[in-house]
Write a protein that binds this ligand. Structure first.
Ligand SMILES: [Zn+2]
Length: 249
């Protein structure tokens, strides 16, 4: 079986009633009246100049401006879902208070959600991932009292589901968000770009690459069967796709 991506852009997603896509994040509006939004941040704005000399953000969008474009301000955010705690997936959660210099949660009205197994893994990092888990991106969340562990028995909201994968890092969470008669799957670092769709093409950062292969196979089959929309967090050109199968292969 060979799977082909049918690519479409964030602008089409914006036509959707409930899903907003500011840059690499998804803001999911569960209920406008109750101000309940979910957001998965990626930017790392609290880092020092030396750090940014090694990394480049795509484009000049800021999270604040992107939210504003869709009528949100940072204080509207009530729930932040962290897929995992590698710095490029959680750094946007924290800002430096200009007066005190202290690192504090950026979204003051939000609960930050993280898988417990992943949290424990990140705060006692192995040598391979140590450089990706930056304590000043992580610990202020717990110190603020705004951190909550994702719990299958106590979901954030009945509509919010997630898949757990263990090949990229321990207990990475992939949000699966309902949309019309299907769902949008936020792929985080399981399939970071469209170039990573073929099963053997996994990230060099993966801690268990063979497990990623098997997880990708299972998840792509489910995505094909259910016609889930796949959302790529690291692809600068292709935000989303649906899968089509070529039965001749
Ligand atoms: Zn990662």
């Amino acid at each position: 079986m060979e799977l082909f991506p049918k690519v479409f852009g964030a602008k089409q997603i914006l036509q959707m009633i409930k899903i907003y896509v500011p840059g690499p994040c998804v803001v999911y509006c569960l209920n406008r009246v109750k101000n309940a939004y979910l957001l998965i941040p990626e930017l790392a704005t609290n880092r020092m100049h030396v750090f940014f000399s090694f990394y480049h953000l795509h484009g000049s969008d800021s999270l604040k401006d992107s939210l504003a474009r869709y009528g949100f301000v940072e204080d509207d955010i009530t729930d932040v879902v962290l897929t995992h705690l590698h710095f490029d997936h959680c750094g946007g959660s924290i800002v430096r208070n200009p007066q005190s210099g202290k690192l504090i949660p950026r979204f003051k009205n939000a609960t930050y959600h993280c898988h417990k197994k992943h949290w424990d893994w990140a705060i006692n990092p192995n040598p391979r991932e140590k450089a990706s888990f930056l304590k000043d991106n992580i610990i202020p969340l717990q110190e603020s009292g705004q951190l909550q562990f994702l719990d299958t028995n106590n979901p954030i909201h009945p509509e919010f589901e997630w898949l757990e994968v263990y090949g990229h890092t321990e207990a990475m969470v992939l949000p699966l968000i309902p949309f019309k008669n299907t769902k949008l799957l936020y792929l985080a670092d399981l399939i970071p770009s469209i170039g990573h769709l073929p099963i053997p093409y996994v990230m060099g950062y993966d801690v268990r690459p063979l497990q990623t292969l098997s997880e990708k196979n299972d998840i792509l089959n489910s995505a094909l069967q259910n016609q889930w929309i796949l959302f790529f967090e690291h692809d600068p050109s292709n935000e989303c796709c649906l899968l089509e199968q070529n039965d001749n292969q």
